[in-house]
Design a protein around this ligand. Structure first.
Ligand code: ADP
Length: 253
């Protein structure tokens, strides 16, 4: 019970912290966007300057979207899960992931089969994937490969698992980075646990991703080997509403 209490207090603090930071950020962004807009409309400078300004406007817009998502998360807006074509979602994210984590990392999005839709909130799912990608980047300071894939998995009744019996879409984010030792792996999902040093890591990334997955009736699993890399898997329940009776989530036996 104490552990659960400690965890929920941490989650509460996490929400407040995230909300506070996102709010300040939003306020700071307003004059940036305003000034850029003015520069753009006055048509100052030459062609090159205008191109630079256009680039800055684009980044500021992206920052604003991210901050809004963060605010939505902190406000604990109820998730709005809808059936999502996960292969389509991750295929469409390749460029955003690449531009977020930089050119020294090769991003490979691989989806071989069509999959039934998963139940998730698309904005939050994108944010979760970006979080995992940023962790992967931090684990690959000298570059490497980030592989994002999805497949179908089933949990059968009687199977020892935290998950309910039924079908899942398993989204996998794998890096070829430094990996984690056993002690880090054991604590990685804990809110505020970070090995990245003051000002670099908040320790909230994996705990947010885990929170999202479990709110949806899924979970995350992490496999990691020192020196070889890390694979985080996000298990999302298959959307039974669309997928038909064959894919209904069964009750715990
Ligand atoms: P943060 O990234 O702010 O530190 P997270 O909750 O996302 O917070 O991660 C917690 C810790 O787990 C990280 O500090 C790091 O030690 C470890 N970790 C997470 N993802 C990876 C990864 N892909 N490779 C190696 N270590 C990782």
């Amino acid at each position: 019970v104490l552990e659960v209490l400690r965890q929920s207090q941490k989650m509460e603090a996490m929400g407040q912290l995230t909300g506070g930071v996102a709010h300040d950020f939003n306020n700071l962004l307003t004059p940036i966007v305003g000034s850029l807009d003015l520069l753009q409309r006055k048509g100052l400078g030459g062609e090159r300057e205008q191109r630079l300004i256009a680039g800055a406007v684009q980044s500021a817009d992206r920052a604003r979207t991210l901050v809004q998502r963060l605010l939505a998360f902190a406000r604990r807006q109820p998730l709005q899960p809808i059936p999502i074509d996960v292969p389509e979602l991750i295929s469409g994210m390749g460029e955003l992931v690449s531009s977020t984590i930089g050119p020294q990392i090769r991003v490979v999005v691989e989806v071989r089969d069509e999959l039934p839709p998963a139940l998730a909130d698309p904005n939050q799912l994108e944010m979760a994937i970006l979080n995992l990608a940023v962790n992967a980047r931090d684990a690959m300071p000298d570059g490497g490969t980030l592989r994002i894939t999805a497949r179908r998995e089933s949990i059968r009744s009687g199977h020892r698992s935290k998950l309910r019996t039924g079908h899942y879409i398993c989204l996998s984010v794998a890096d070829t980075g430094v990996g984690m030792d056993a002690a880090t792996l054991a604590r990685a999902v804990e809110p505020f646990f970070s090995t990245k040093g003051i000002g670099k890591g908040t320790g909230l990334g994996l705990s947010m991703v885990h929170g999202l997955a479990s709110q949806l009736g899924g979970t995350i699993t992490i496999q990691s080997q020192l020196g070889l890399g890390t694979t985080v898997e996000l298990w999302l329940p298959q959307s039974s509403a669309i997928a038909g009776e064959e894919t209904q989530l069964g009750d715990e036996p």
